[in-house]
Ligand binder design. Structure first.
Ligand SMILES: Nc1ncnc2c1ncn2[C@@H]1O[C@H](COP(=O)(O)OP(=O)(O)OP(=O)(O)O)[C@@H](O)[C@H]1O
Ligand SMILES: [Mg+2]
Length: 114
């Protein structure tokens, strides 16, 4: 059996909402969860959830609008659903909710300007 060593990471949490981007498998999700910052976690890897939000983006707002003002929400794999950012914006305006977005950069999309 291979024993894996965990490496400490230097990370200063920004005061407001932020995006954390990085290549696949570099420890983004582990970092956020390990620091205990994932109390309200929404993983867009969850296909059912992804399809629900795709069909009905307003669901996201309805699910989270009851959180206390200033709560933190962690959205993993945000690059799967860029359209959700409009709902995120609405939530931030309404509830001062703060969002941790974690995902990978879509290099091809950016290069092609789409
Ligand atoms: N600080 C660390 N030291 C050693 N291994 C780590 C560390 N952080 C994460 N790992 C390991 O690296 C692997 C990838 O971690 P993780 O899934 O968090 O990456 P990710 O950046 O979220 O990947 P993806 O972009 O695919 O979602 C996991 O097996 C995890 O246990
Ligand atoms: Mg991840």
């Amino acid at each position: 059996m291979i024993k894996r060593k965990k490496y400490a990471r230097a990370f200063v949490q920004p005061k407001g909402s932020f995006f954390l981007f990085g290549p696949r498998g570099t420890g983004k999700t582990t970092l956020i969860e390990g620091l205990g910052l994932g109390q309200h976690e929404i993983s867009l890897l969850d296909e059912e959830r992804y399809q629900d939000y795709l069909a009905q983006p307003g669901l996201f707002f309805e699910e989270l609008v009851h959180l206390k003002d200033g709560s933190w929400v962690f959205i993993d794999e945000i690059q799967r659903l860029p359209g959700l950012l409009n709902e995120v914006h609405r939530l931030i305006e309404k509830k001062k909710i703060q969002i941790r977005h974690v995902g990978i950069k879509r290099e091809k999309t950016e290069e092609s300007g789409r």
